[in-house]
Each structure stands twice: as C-alpha cells, then as structure tokens.
Design a protein around this ligand. Sequence first.
Ligand SMILES: [Zn+2]
Length: 391
Amino acid sequence: MPSIHRLVLVFALLAVGVALWLAATHPAREPAPHGPDGSTGPAAAAPEAPAPPEQDPRFGTDPERHHLPESAVDSPDIPNIVLKADDPDDEPLPYYRIAPDTYMLYGNIAEVDRYNRGFNGNAGFVVTPAGVVVIDALGTPRLGRRLIATIRHITDAPIRYLIITHNHPDHAYGAVAFRRLGGVTIVAHEGTLDYLASEALERSVAYRRSFIPEDMAGFEPVVPDILLGGPPRQARLSIRLGGRTFEVWHVDRHHSYGDLVVHQVDQGIVWISDLAFNRRVTFMGDGSSEAAIAAQDWLLERFGGARLMVPGHGSAQTPPFPMVRRTQAYMKALRTFMAEAVEAGLDLQEAVDRAERDPRFDPWRGERLFELNHRPNANFVYREMEQALFE
Ligand SMILES: [Zn+2]
C-alpha cells in the first residue's frame, strides 16, 4: 500500500461529483482578477451564449508562426504551437524525449487563446514495462484526448496513472479524457475537492468555453481516485510500476488549492509543477506566497542532487535549477515591497500602482506574461501582507 500519511479513496464521492458538475454548468457571476491559467479569469458569458473575451496579442500565441524549439531542456527558445479547431483528436501533439522512456510536452508560454487552444502548460509521461504514468492532463478535454493519442503514438502499454499536480485549468481540464478511457487511477491533492466546489471552477470553465467551445465540449470535473493530504512535505505516496518508483509529495496549497511534486526516482527527474516557472513570471492568485517560499526551499534542499526538474511552464532545467531561486526572489521582493506599503499606510490601489513602476521588479520585467501577471500578483500579496499585519 502507498505510504501516505493520509490517503483517501473517494469512489464514494461520485454523488458529490454529480452535484459539482451541476454547479459547474451554471455561468460565472462575479468578475475576478485575470490569471493566465484562466483559474480566476474574468466573468464571462454563460456557456449558452459565448462572447469571446478581449485578449492582448502580446500574451498569446502568434497565429502566423508555428515554431518548436530544438530541445525542451535548458532551452532559451520558447514554443509557438498553433492548433486548429478542426485538428483531429487522434493527432499526436509535439513531444520531447527528455530521458529514457520519459517524454515531455513543452507547451506555449502564453495566455490561453484560440490559437494555442489551451496548450499553454507542460505535461509528461513515463513508459514502464507495466504501463504508463502521466503527469498532468493539459488544458481541455480535447487536449486530454490528444495527449492520449501522443502516448499511443509511442506505446500500446496501458495508461495506469494520471497524477494531476494541481487543479488549475491548464494542468487539469484534460483529465476527463483519462477518466473516460477507464483503468486510469487519478491522483491529486485533497484540495482539488475544494476547487471543484468553488466558483473559480465555474468561472474558468465559462471563460474557456467562451472562445474554445469545441475543445471544451464534454468537460466534466473529475473527482480523483486518490487524494493526498495531511501535513505538507511530511509523507509521500509511493507508486511502484513496472520496476520503477514514483514518489508523489504534497507540498501545500502554495499556488492553487493544493499542489504536488512528482519524483521519478529511477531517472532523478522531479516534476515540480508551478513551484517555479522558467522564462515566465509566476501567477499568484490562489495559494500562499509564504507557503510557496517554504516549498521552494524544501525542493532545493531535498532534490538539489536531481538530474532534471520539469516545471509546469517553460523548459526543463538541469542543476543548479536557477528557475527556483529566480521565482522565489520575485515572490520575496513582492512580499517585502507590500509589507512596507502596508506599514506605510498605502491603500491597495496606490501600492499596486507603485509596484507596477518600481525598479526593484526590473529583473523580471522582460519575462513572458510580466505585464499580465504583475498587477494581480501585487494585489494578491498586498492582501496577504495586510492580513499578516492585522493577525
Ligand atoms: Zn500552471
């Protein structure tokens, strides 16, 4: 049996799943800060009457240019993959072999739009003699089917596990395709249940349906089979399959309603999810910057000797994994800035305006999605620091 401190089997929660699905079919009600994941996207029209959102092309995918970097490891080059509404579901997506039997899908570093059609995050899979372990499901039911087609392009081995590193749309909304396949054990953080019951789910589904409705057809929230919880970083779920070991760590609710890290022990590869971003600024709208900083320290301490880290966005990286400290330094800078702002009595608006201009953030200004995410991040951290002061 897996050695997790608290491991909950939730087949019995199917009734809850149905209730959540009913909730998810209702349209969004409230505007919210705009995240690149669409996780807390702006209120969009009801699914029955889609009105595509306005998007800034600077943060999206260039429809005129299909581009794949040569490598997905330590690559300064960023993919610009253009997908079409009528692409067949059984057409494999571009993939990279990053180690023996180990494949990575290197997604666009962009806001979700109708050109990348939700392929704006990474995923991966490992082929063992006894079956396939998949890490993340990509961002729509259709991308989930195309991820399955990609696996089928390489092996006929059964897909045995899908590990969802966190519940944000770009990593999780393809999961329904794996559920329909049957025989796939889906693993996630127990916070996924809170996410499935939240308005963030409704908003993000309505947001995606408003401009890629074909790709979202058949979407259903997926209740995982195995949920990880308990004190963060204290215990792990060990999966043994085909002579390989995968250790799944629950690393707190730092970026979402609950985040996991997957250690592919035999290859020394760590799938770190959105604990760090490579060549993209982070998004803070769920979770906790304090928890993220603690988790980043733990990651480097525990896995500093790993061969490779694969983030949720951007290319994989070899030691010493500079993306981790770089993402952390941005979070620390924002925390310091906002602690000072709250201390000085600045209101939210003023503090966020100043953070937008402040030269202390210049080191990250050239990164993808900075202009999109920095304000919402500043807003989020101001409220965190305000709360910390009055606690
Ligand atoms: Zn993400």
